[in-house]
Design a protein around this ligand. Structure first.
Ligand code: UN1
Length: 493
């Protein structure tokens, strides 16, 4: 029987709402969860509940909040297999990758539990005697976190863990098609002893979420928005936040390039292209978009890449496969539109294009050789198992091509020349650069994020995320007993 999933606000379940079925994309006739979606008013209520709970949570000493994070990590670790199985069932992610995703939550908890004993401020010298200056990190208040379903538990943890650690309350709106996985993670967080109202989970469709967020921002019950999803929706979220004078944390799409220089290990490059282009069925924001390969090694690389793709196993995500089905029907439909961007000047490898016969949302892997810089396939994110290939003759040209689509999330360069590595790093607009490695596979303690159409420059993960979910407060303390005026009473020597 399918699970019944409802929003939880201030510790209470919201039982009424619009029904939505989250299905198994490997067998869409199987419902994984019957979800009840709330509306804009429900979303705004959750933000009010979070606001009411936040002040008390912020007064819990940060090291004690760190212990709660430690408990979350232990609970997640103890439930690794069950959570990974559920992720596989609900979004079709291969089980081995789903295990890795759960591991990433534990890594994130491991990193931040100690931060509860740091969260440092500073002492700063004053320009006047008998006066001291200090800085403190203060929680922003309530964070509204809206996440995608391709990483239904790891990427949300990148927000939830540091945000809660810093003393904020959270309203989390996960993707509906990954509701059961999100709800399972929520329950583990709640079981670790978070007071009611500090973490709220709300299921709602995109339109109601947007309207609810608008209302909450207007009421002053949300101080920071975190959004992971498409560049198109990220723009709407950014505009909405801008109207309320807020800068959101945006983690958006990518058209991530892989540059293969003539001295590259071509076997390694082909293996990297296979994993970063087709792993997770190309549905990571860090997935490879286009291989930009030097003209002298194009044929030799393409042969290896096509052979690797031909040998890839696609199928039941519980088995040993490179990838399983696409996430959900709506992604399959959108992906079929992107396949329409293939043009007569393209060469398609290794074989058939489109849906694989059968019930699940399985698609053939596609390499498109000969993409040109003005092709849609070169310029736009496709979020599916399709990778373009184009050529270059100089490194400057390769860097230009890498930056042309205007995203700037991840990138990779294959070469054995350190000079080329550093020139590439300096020239590429991406927030992340891999050397002789996949575009995907970021680790939980490095800054993660992009520029341009990939985001507004905010970074998640590691200590950098603290600047998103805390604000600096400056304090000065004059113990001279006189009114010392800054700039006017500077001490003389
Ligand atoms: C995403 O696709 O939204 O770097 C995040 C990676 C993962 C995270 C991807 N650790 O591939």
């Amino acid at each position: 029987m399918a699970r019944q999933i409802v929003s939880v606000v201030g510790g209470d379940e919201l039982t009424s709402g619009t029904p939505y079925a989250s299905v198994n994309p490997a067998r869409p006739s199987q419902t994984v969860a019957d979800v009840s979606l709330t509306d804009a008013a429900g979303f705004a209520d959750a933000c009010r509940a979070a606001s009411a709970a936040q002040r008390e949570w912020a007064r819990v000493p940060a090291p004690v909040r760190g212990r709660v994070i430690a408990s979350i990590g232990r609970l997640v670790e103890a439930n690794t297999e069950a959570l990974a199985r559920l992720v596989t069932e609900e979004i079709g992610k291969p089980y081995a990758e789903a295990l890795g995703e759960v591991r990433e939550i534990v890594d994130t908890c491991d990193f931040f539990l100690g931060e509860g004993r740091r969260l440092y401020g500073q002492t700063i010298p004053s320009e006047m005697p008998d006066k001291s200056l200090f800085t403190f990190r203060v929680p922003v208040g309530v964070a509204a976190v809206v996440t995608a379903g391709n990483f239904p538990v790891a990427v949300p943890s990148w927000y939830l863990v540091p945000t809660l650690l810093c003393g904020n309350a959270v309203v989390w709106k996960p993707a509906e098609y990954a509701a059961a996985s999100a709800h399972a993670l929520y329950r583990l967080f709640a079981a670790a002893g978070l007071p009611g109202g500090v973490l709220n989970i709300v299921f709602a469709d995109g339109e109601q979420t947007y309207a609810g967020l608008d209302r909450a921002l207007g009421e002053g019950t949300v101080q920071k928005v975190g959004f992971t999803g498409s560049s198109a929706v990220g723009r709407l979220v950014g505009e909405l936040c801008g109207r309320h004078l807020q800068a959101p944390c945006l983690e958006l799409g990518g058209k991530n390039p892989m540059v293969v220089l003539p001295d590259a290990d071509l076997d390694l490059a082909a293996e990297g292209a296979l994993f970063s282009g087709f792993g997770t069925a190309g549905q990571r924001c860090t997935s490879l978009g286009t291989v930009i390969v030097h003209e002298d090694v194009h044929d030799a690389f393409l042969r290896r890449f096509a052979d690797a793709v031909r040998g890839a196993k696609i199928g039941d995500p519980n088995g040993d496969v490179l990838y399983g089905p696409l996430l959900d029907q709506r992604f399959a439909e959108r992906y079929e539109e992107y396949l329409g961007w293939i043009r007569p000047h393209h060469t398609v490898l290794p074989g058939p294009v489109g849906r694989i016969d059968g019930e699940g949302l399985y698609y053939h892997p596609v390499i498109v050789d000969g993409v040109r810089p003005d092709d849609r396939l070169f310029l736009e994110e496709t979020f599916g198992p399709i990778v373009g290939v184009t050529t270059f003759s100089t490194l400057d040209e390769a860097i230009d091509l890498a930056n042309r689509p205007g995203y700037g999330l991840s990138s990779s360069v294959y070469t054995s020349d350190p000079k080329a590595v550093f020139r590439f790093r300096e020239g590429v607009s991406a927030g992340m650069v891999s050397v002789n490695n996949s575009t995907s596979g970021a680790e939980a303690h490095l800054p993660f994020g992009g520029n341009g159409k990939s985001g507004n420059g905010s970074r998640q993960s590691g200590m950098w995320v603290l600047d998103q979910f805390t604000r600096w407060q400056a304090m000065n303390w004059d113990y001279s007993g006189r009114l010392q005026k800054a700039q006017m009473d500077v001490a003389e020597i």
